[in-house]
Ligand binder design. Structure first.
Ligand code: DGJ
Length: 747
C-alpha cells in the first residue's frame, strides 16, 4: 500500500494490490478526480484520465470535469458535494489546493462513528487542504486507503477561518465522478417488515437515488448504493459500492449528464439541513466508505463484510461469536411476570439456548404501548424482586441475560414527560404528532443525554446484564429544539444523531462487556453508523422464513452475517400469518446471529426436540457461519423469486454450509444442480444433507471441489440421496416451504 505524490504532475496515487484511487491538482488549483477502481501500476502518470489542462470553466461551463469536491457556482452544473452560503447569500466557492499530508494509519472523526485501524501499517491517510480565499472556508479532504482491502474511506472537515458566519447547506461525505454511466443502480429499499429488498435499474439521464428525512436511516431505504455492470454477476465483473457510516437523514444518489458520465454522491441529506459555521469552528462530515470489486457483487459484499466486521464493529464482542438468544416479545408481548419469564427461560435453557432477553414492558406501568417510555424503573407489579431477582433466577439456569430499552423515546403518559414536557421534540404552539403513542426525546439537548446516561447506567448497573437491545420505534416529526436559535434549526437532525452517538459511546464504554444490539421497529436503523456501537442489529420484525430469505439476502449486500440477528418465531407467523415448517424457519435464521422469538412452552414435545436439535447443530458451526465468507448463490429477487440459495465457506475452504430454500412446490420431476463457490477445486468434500430436521442427516457422499463448482451440487435429486430413496422422482422436493442444508467438509 502506498500513497504516492508526484510534485511535478501534482498527482496522488493511492494504491494497494486490490485497488487504486487517483486525483490531481488541476491548473486552477481545484482537486480533480482521475480514477477509482482497478489497481493501476504506481509510477505512471494518470493525468490524461482527466482534462488535458483545466484553468477553470471559462468557455466550457457544464463540461463534465471529474472533481473531488464539486461545488456550485463555478461552472460545474451537476449535483454538488459542498454548498456553503456566505453572508451575502452567495454559494459560489473556489476551493484551491494549499497543501497536503500523508499520515500513517487513520485519524478518528470527532463525535462520529467511523472505521479504524489497530496498527498504523493497516492504512494510510491523505489529507488535502483546499481553501476558498473569499470566505475563509478551509476544507480538509480526507481519504484513507486500507492496506489489504479494495476500500477507501472519505470524509471532509470544514473550518471557518474567515470572520463571518458561513452556512453549510450541503456537506456530502463523498462525490465520485465516473467516466461512463453504463451501470445498473442497486439500492436496498422496502418498508417495516420487508426491509432492504434489492432494487435494480439501469442508470438513466438525470438524478436517481435513495434517501431519508425521517431522523433515522429508515426502513424505506438504506444508506448504501452499488453500481454494477449489466453483465456483472455475483462472482464476476465490476461493481462499486458506497456506504455511509451514519444513522440519520441521508442521501445516496447518482446523476447522469448528457456527456454520458456519472456522478455518485452520498452524505447527510441536504433537505432541511443547514449548519451555521461560526468563525473559528469546524464541521466534520460522516464517513463514506467506497468499495470496488472485479469479482462481482459477491466480491463487493465481501469487502464491506470484512471491513465492517473487523474495523467498524469494536469492543469485546467484535470477535466473539454471538450467543443463541431467546427473546420473549412474541411469546408474551406485555403480558408477563417474574414466574412466567423464569418458566420460559427454564425451557429455553433446557433446549440449549444461551441468553434470555426480556423485551419491552418491564418498566413503569407499561401494559400496552401507550405509557411509561422514559420511566426506566422496574415495574414491581410484574417483577416484585426487580431485575436483580429475575437476572439471578435466569443466571441460575445457566443462561445469560439481556434487556430491551428504548432510550430516545418518551410516552406522554410517563413521569418523565410530566416532569419535562419540553424534552419531547416539538415546535412550540403546534401539536406534536404521536406515533405508536409516543414522542421522541430531544437528543440534541445535552441535559437529556446526561439524564438518560444516569438513568440507564443505573439500570444496567443494577444487575449483571449481558446484552442490551436498543430500540427506536418511531421517526421524528416537528423537528425543532429550544437548544438552538431560530437560524440554526437546520442543525437539529444531525445534532440529534450526535446526541444518540454520545449516549451510545458513554454506555458502551461504561459497560464494555455488554453486547449491544441496535433495533428500530425491526431494521429501521440498520446501518454502518449503528454497527460502530452495536455489532449486531435486529434485522427485521418480520421473522417469516420466506420473507427472511429476501430480507437477509438484501441486507447481506452490505452487512455481514455476524451483524444480522435472525430468529425463529412461531407459526402462524405474527407478521404474515404464513405457516412454514420449523426446519425451514431455522434453516434461514441460521445464516445470521441465530435465536428464537417464541414461547417454548407452547411448543409440542416434538417441536422442542427439534429446537434442541437445531441449537446443537448450530453451536459447533456458528464460528464458521458468523465469520466465514458468505456467498450468495440463487437470488430470491430473480425470476419468480421461488428459490434462494446461499452458502458460507471457511476462508481456507476446508468447510462450508449451504442453504437451499424453495417457497412453493414445483410439480413434476425436475433435475437441479446448484453451482457452489469458495471451495478448493483440488479437494474432495464429504457432503452431508439435512432436509426436514437437524437430527440424523439423509446421508453422506463424497464429491470433488471442481465438480461442485463447475457442475454443481445435486439439489433435486439431492446429493446425497436419502436412504431408501427409490428411482428418480421418488425423493424430489415435495410440498411448499422446503429447505435443504448441506455441510461440506474437506477430506
Ligand atoms: C420493535 C422491535 O422490533 C420488536 O422486536 C420489539 O422489541 C418491539 N419493538 C417492542 O416494543
Amino acid at each position: 500500500m502506498t500513497i504516492a505524490w508526484d510534485s511535478a504532475t501534482r498527482e496522488w496515487h493511492l494504491a494497494n494490490e486490490q485497488a487504486s484511487y487517483a486525483m490531481r491538482v488541476l491548473e486552477n488549483g481545484w482537486l480533480g478526480h482521475l480514477h477509482w477502481g482497478a489497481a493501476l501500476r504506481p509510477g505512471a502518470s494518470l493525468r490524461h484520465l482527466g482534462p488535458a489542462d483545466f484553468p477553470g470553466f471559462t468557455n466550457r461551463v457544464g463540461e463534465p470535469v471529474a472533481l473531488e469536491v464539486p461545488v456550485p457556482g463555478g461552472g460545474d452544473l451537476r449535483i454538488p458535494c459542498l454548498v456553503v452560503g456566505s453572508p451575502d447569500g452567495a454559494t459560489v466557492l473556489d476551493l484551491r489546493y494549499e497543501g497536503h499530508r500523508i499520515l500513517a494509519g487513520k485519524p478518528e472523526l470527532p463525535g462520529l462513528p467511523s472505521t479504524y485501524v489497530e496498527r498504523d501499517e493497516d492504512a494510510e491517510t491523505l489529507e488535502v487542504d483546499v481553501r476558498d480565499a473569499s470566505t475563509g472556508l478551509f476544507v480538509v479532504v480526507r481519504t484513507t486507503l486500507f492496506a489489504d482491502r479494495p476500500v477507501v474511506a472519505r470524509s471532509l472537515t470544514l473550518h471557518n477561518e474567515g470572520d463571518t458566519v458561513l452556512t453549510v447547506r450541503c456537506a456530502m461525505s463523498a462525490a465520485l465522478d465516473l467516466p461512463d454511466a453504463r451501470w445498473q443502480l442497486v439500492t436496498l429499499s422496502g418498508q417495516w417488515a420487508r426491509e432492504r429488498h434489492v432494487h435494480e435499474r439501469p442508470l438513466v439521464p438525470g438524478v436517481q437515488g435513495v434517501g431519508s428525512v425521517r431522523g433515522a436511516s429508515g426502513h424505506e431505504h438504506n444508506p448504501f448504493l452499488a453500481l454494477r455492470r449489466a453483465d456483472t454477476t455475483e462472482d464476476r465483473g465490476e461493481a462499486l459500492g458506497v456506504s455511509l457510516v451514519y444513522s440519520a437523514n441521508f442521501l445516496a444518489e447518482a446523476e447522469v449528464e448528457p456527456f454520458g458520465t456519472a456522478r455518485v454522491r452520498i452524505g447527510i441529506n441536504p433537505d432541511g439541513f443547514a449548519w451555521q459555521l461560526e468563525p473559528g469552528s469546524e464541521f466534520t462530515t460522516p464517513e463514506a466508505i467506497l468499495a470496488w470489486s472485479d469479482t462481482g457483487l459477491g466480491g463487493l459484499s465481501e469487502a464491506f463484510h470484512d471491513l465492517f466486521r473487523e474495523r467498524l464493529a469494536r469492543g469485546r464482542w467484535r470477535d466473539r461469536v454471538r450467543p443463541i438468544v431467546l427473546n420473549n416479545w412474541e411469546a408474551t408481548y406485555f403480558d408477563f411476570d417474574h414466574d412466567r419469564l423464569v418458566e420460559i427461560a427454564t425451557k429455553a435453557g433446557e433446549l440449549g439456548v444461551e441468553l434470555f432477553v426480556l423485551d419491552d414492558g418491564w418498566f413503569g406501568r407499561r401494559d400496552r404501548d401507550d405509557s411509561s417510555l422514559g420511566d426506566w424503573v422496574v415495574d414491581r407489579r410484574k417483577l416484585p424482586g426487580g431485575l436483580e431477582a429475575l437476572v439471578r433466577d435466569v443466571k441460575a439456569l445457566g443462561l445469560a441475560f439481556g434487556l430491551w430499552i428504548e432510550p430516545e423515546m418518551v410516552s406522554p403518559d410517563s413521569d418523565l414527560y410530566r416532569a419535562h414536557p419540553d424534552w419531547a421534540i416539538g415546535v412550540p404552539g403546534r401539536p406534536r404528532t404521536e406515533s405508536r403513542q409516543q414522542l421522541v426525546l430531544d437528543m440534541a439537548r445535552p441535559e437529556v443525554v446526561d439524564h438518560l446516561t444516569a438513568m440507564l447506567a443505573a439500570v444496567l448497573g443494577s444487575a449483571p446484564i449481558d446484552y442490551v437491545k436498543w430500540d427506536m420505534n418511531r421517526n421524528i416529526t416537528e423537528p425543532w429544539t429550544p437548544s438552538l436559535p431560530a437560524d440554526r434549526q437546520g442543525e437539529f437532525h444531525h445534532r440529534y444523531m450526535l446526541g444518540v452517538y454520545e449516549l451510545y459511546r458513554r454506555l458502551t464504554s461504561r459497560f464494555p462487556d455488554i453486547l449491544f444490539e441496535s433495533c428500530a421497529g425491526g431494521g429501521g436503523r440498520f446501518d454502518a453508523g449503528m454497527l460502530a456501537f452495536a455489532p449486531q442489529g435486529w434485522t427485521s420484525d418480520d421473522t417469516d422464513g420466506v420473507e427472511r430469505t429476501r430480507i437477509q439476502w438484501g441486507t447481506s449486500l452490505a452487512y455481514p452475517l455476524s451483524s444480522m440477528a435472525a430468529h425463529v418465531s412461531a407459526v402462524p407467523n405474527h407478521q404474515t400469518g404464513r405457516i412454514t415448517p420449523l426446519f425451514f424457519r431455522a434453516a434461514v435464521a441460521m445464516f445470521g446471529a441465530f435465536g428464537y422469538e417464541l414461547d417454548p412452552m407452547a411448543m409440542t414435545m416434538a417441536e422442542q426436540r427439534d429446537v434442541a436439535g437445531q441449537v446443537a447443530w448450530y453451536l459447533p458451526r456458528r464460528e464458521l457461519i458468523q465469520r466465514g465468507r458468505f456467498i450468495r448463490l440463487r437470488s430470491p429477487f430473480a425470476g419468480d423469486g421461488n428459490e434462494t440459495a446461499w452458502m458460507v465457506a471457511s476462508r481456507d475452504a476446508v468447510q462450508a454450509i449451504v442453504g437451499h430454500y424453495r417457497t412453493l412446490a414445483r410439480p413434476g420431476p425436475v433435475r437441479d444442480r446448484l453451482r457452489l463457490r469458495g471451495l478448493d477445486p483440488a479437494a474432495t468434500y464429504r457432503i452431508t444433507c439435512w432436509t426436514d430436521g437437524f437430527g440424523e442427516p439423509t446421508g453422506t457422499v463424497e464429491r470433488a471441489g471442481d465438480e461442485l463448482m463447475a457442475v454443481g451440487l445435486g439439489i433435486e435429486p439431492p446429493d446425497p440421496l436419502p436412504a431408501g430413496a427409490g428411482p428418480d422422482g421418488v425423493r424430489m422436493i415435495r410440498g411448499d416451504f422446503q429447505a435443504r442444508m448441506f455441510e461440506l467438509v474437506r477430506i
